[in-house]
Structure formats: structure tokens, C-alpha cells
Design a protein around this ligand. Sequence first.
Ligand code: IMP
Length: 439
Amino acid sequence: MPSLAVVGAQWGDEGKGKIVDYFAEEAHMVVRFQGGNNAGHTVKVGREVFKLHLLPSGILRRGRLSVIGNGVVIDPGVLMEELDGLEARGMSVKNLRISDRAHVIMPYHRMLDGAEERLRKGAKVGTTGRGIGPAYSDKAARLGVRMHELVDPDALQDKLSFLVPLKQRILDAYGDGTRLDLESILKEYSGYGRRLKGFVTDTGAVVSSALMKGKRVLFEGAQGTLLDVDHGTYPFVTSSTCVASNAASGSGVAPNMIDEVYGVTKAYTTRVGEGPFPTELKDETGGALAQRGGEFGTTTGRARRCGWLDLVLVKHSCVLSGFTGLALTKIDVLGGLDELKVCTHYRLDGRRVDRVPADLSVLGMCEPQYAELPGWSDIEPSTMERILSEGYGALPAEMKGYIKFVEKQMGVPVVVLGLGPGREETVDRRKRKWRPRRG
Ligand code: IMP
């Protein structure tokens, strides 16, 4: 298994950061391939908590190469803050590589994100406000600034000399009222360019050559399938492709270089922002899941909506990404509930629905159909210790029943279980691990 992509199977926030950090132990290289600082990965290492938005989670493992691929959009100010924050905590960032083809989030992207949301009135997407959509729009419209231009002051000046007035016109038309100052933007961004220059390179070549040499490469997805711009619950989605195929094009490697794909799903469902959510629990149980699961966004602090596990969504993700394994996270959060429900399919107008409909008004009318499964009591610290030392066999029988049910429905094995935020609070069921890393 020289390469593994880890992607979200729901609406993001599945706990990918912890899972990626866990596998990064065995990898040579960790590559982010899409999204930007709209993502938020929380990783707990011992007593320390790290919140990463742009840097690949592999940066927390010494000696691994961390790559920000061409498919990512980079806010250089945020990236520098993250780098400075890690260095202040005594961590080395010298193993970071940034794609020269990645696009830069400019200040006008953030302003346009806010202005467009305001003008949508009742039809807000509920974006993170980080300028993600406008940066990807400019990439597609061929109006983007790429990293190779950020680190070249003359190229940056040439580009911004027409882009800034052009964006000013749009902001004016939107009635935003902000004045963009070309000189101060140039000064600020060429400063970022100077600082980041040493990290910027042709990362596609770096990743491809590592794969050719048989190195273990881990591709780290951000957000999740239901936030994918094509396959998610459009328009309540992000602006990038979150499914596994983008691990290849967002990193600059061939699709047949990806050997395994693990889908990360919580043992229940959450979503931030607007849009239909068939298994949402607007009652005490939903509130209890939010409290116990700490369901507040890493990036925006917004409360996440909670509901039962919806396998229609996870199957949709599986079809798109070809999961060879599932990572089932936060299963401990379900402890203490007498009865658990898992949605296996929907019903609409007397018909069975197994696919996520493109039309959200139709999804909003779908009635989730549930299997009911027995719950388990809260796991006592002594039982948790036994589980973490003995593994799967020591889990409560009802929890094993829940996992088996998910595996049977999905036709995919649960290879990893998350039982808490810490690195060690993980049950690994893989038959074969990646070889331990040398050197
Ligand atoms: P944007 O990515 O900031 O444009 O936001 C578009 C939608 O994606 C909003 O509903 C956000 O809440 C959601 N979103 C973006 N990134 C994440 C994430 O990492 N986790 C969960 N939701 C996200």
C-alpha cells in the first residue's frame, strides 16, 4: 500500500485530521490536495491541541515531508501565522513544500465572499467567509494569482496592476464601499512571497517521484463528499472537488498512483451551515450529541447540526471515491443512549430512494428509513484502557454490533475506529500496516 487517500464521507468535520495524523506515523509524505483555510483539523498530541487550517496534518510528525498541492487555495497570511505558531511551539517546518501552481487567496476574495453572501439575502450558502469561492472562481476564470507569481515581485506587480482595478469595479457594483489600495496590497503580498519563496516548488514532480520510488504517500482530503462542488448538496457546498479522484489532479499525479482510499465518517452525522439534512435531530438527543461530541466548528466556532448516521450519504461517497476501508470516528459519543438509529435508505411518495437527489427540494422531502440498534453504556475509563490495549475484542458487544451493521450495509470494512480525540484513542483493525518508516 504505497499510497493512501483519506477523504471525508459526509459534510466535513468527520475527524479526518486525527485519522491523517494517525496514518502519518507510517507515511513518508503527507499531501493536501484541495480546499483552503475553510478547513479546520484538530489534532491532539499528548496534552497539546493543534488546530490546523492549511498545513497538512503530517507537519506534526517529525521527518515527514508535508506538501500543499496545486489544488489548494492559499491565504498566505494565514499560512504564515500557522508556520510561526508551530515554530513558536518548537516544531520544525523545514519539511514543507508548496506547489508553484496553487492559487493565492487575495484580500478582495474575502471581501467578495462577504459581499456575495450579503447579496444572496435569503439564499445564503453560509460560507466560512475566507474567500474560498471567489479564489476558485478566479482560478476557473483565469484571473487567479498563483504561488509562482506571489514569490516573483515583478510578476505580482504586473498581475495586480490590472486585477486590483478590475476587482474594485466589481466591489463597487456590489455596493461594498471598500477601497482597494494597489500599493499596500503589493507591499503586503510581496512580503509574504519573500517569506514563502523557499518552500515553493513543482510539488507534482516531488510527489510523483516519491511514488515512483515506492515511498508511502498519504493524501489528505479536506471537507467531505457532500460539500463537493459537483457531487455535494449544491449550492450548499464548497468550491472544490472533495472526492478521491482529486487526490490525483490536486497533487499533480496520475489517478492510478492512488492505491487505497479510506472514507472517514462519524458514527453519526453533522453539518455546518445551511441546507437539507434528512436525519437531523432537532431534539434533546441532537443537543446531547452536539455537547458530547464538542460539535463546534474549528474554523468559525459555529455550532454544528447533529443527527443519526445516514448511510445513503456515506454510500454516495463510497460510489464516488471507491472506499477500500472506512474510518469510523467519534463512536464513543454515542455511548449512554438506549437505542441508536441508522438511516439505510429514504422514502419519497411511497418509493424507495437510495441515491442523493440532485434537487435539494427533493432531498428535503425524503423521509429517512431507520434500522434500530441497541445502544451501550458510557465507556468507563478502566474499560477504555482495556480497549486501547487489547483492541477490537474488548469493545462492548453492542458497539461491535453497530460496527458490523455499518460494514454489512456498506460492503466495506471498518479499518480504524476513533474513540476520542487523542492519537492513542484509536483502534486499528488493519490486517497489514504500512511498514514502519526507516530513518
Ligand atoms: P466555503 O468553503 O467557505 O465557501 O463554505 C461553503 C460551505 O462549506 C459552507 O456551508 C461551509 O460551512 C462549508 N465548509 C467549508 N469547509 C468546511 C469544513 O472544513 N468543514 C465543514 N464545513 C465546511
